[in-house]
Design a protein around this ligand. Structure first.
Ligand code: 5GP
Ligand code: ZN
Length: 184
């Protein structure tokens, strides 16, 4: 189940969103689109499965600190953990986000549940966030659907401390990975 250490850093931001820009008075150019933007308008640069980091992790072509796998989902530690034990649960098949294409949330829900309970049991955090971002505007940076399962600790409480962009040394990721993976 364990496949080794992560080495791949997150994608750099891609092309800017394709949106009509207002002028200085807040008016829009002639020809502006007047429909409500949909995800396909906002992310024209989706990765194909061939060059998708998460598909390559699923295929075992790239290493990850895997903590769980079933027929539909794989879970591994986030390489830039916001908090100790930050885990990503992803569908095995390539789907851009949880609201694109054929529904993927139902097939990964059991994995999300299992991972959240496992992290609770093994790491004994004080709380947990479970979230998923769909679309660049919502903060998504990797365009293969994923659910963040984020254990939370009393010394950094609340939503204001949720995103903690501190680079985590490999040794710390290895240490929490060992703790999660240890036989009960
Ligand atoms: P998003 O910003 O799309 O909601 O979350 C993507 C997450 O994937 C980020 O938290 C980022 O740190 C993580 N990530 C990006 N590339 C890799 C990788 O190669 N390995 C692992 N384990 N996590 C990654
Ligand atoms: Zn993919």
């Amino acid at each position: 189940m364990k496949t080794g250490k992560d080495r791949v850093k997150p994608d750099k931001p891609g092309k800017p969103d394709r949106q009509d820009k207002p002028d200085k008075q807040g008016k829009r150019d002639k020809g502006e689109r007047d429909h409500v933007p949909v995800l396909s308008d906002l992310e024209p640069e989706q990765a194909s499965p061939e060059d998708c980091i998460f598909c390559r992790i699923v295929a075992g072509e790239l290493p990850s600190r895997q903590v769980y796998a079933d027929d539909h989902a794989v879970a591994f530690l986030d390489i830039n953990a916001w908090h100790r034990g930050h885990t990503l649960v992803i569908p095995r098949r390539h789907v851009v986000d949880l609201v694109a294409g054929e529904p993927s949330l139902p097939e990964i829900a059991p994995a999300v549940d299992a991972v959240a309970r496992m992290l609770n049991e093994r790491l004994a955090p004080d709380g947990m966030n479970i979230l998923s971002s769909a679309g660049r505007v919502a903060g998504q940076t990797v365009f293969h659907a994923h659910v963040h399962v984020i254990p939370r600790y009393a010394d950094q409480p609340g939503f204001t401390h949720l995103v903690n962009p501190v680079e985590v040394p490999d040794g710390e990721l290895d240490s929490v990975w060992r703790q999660i993976s240890a036989a009960p």
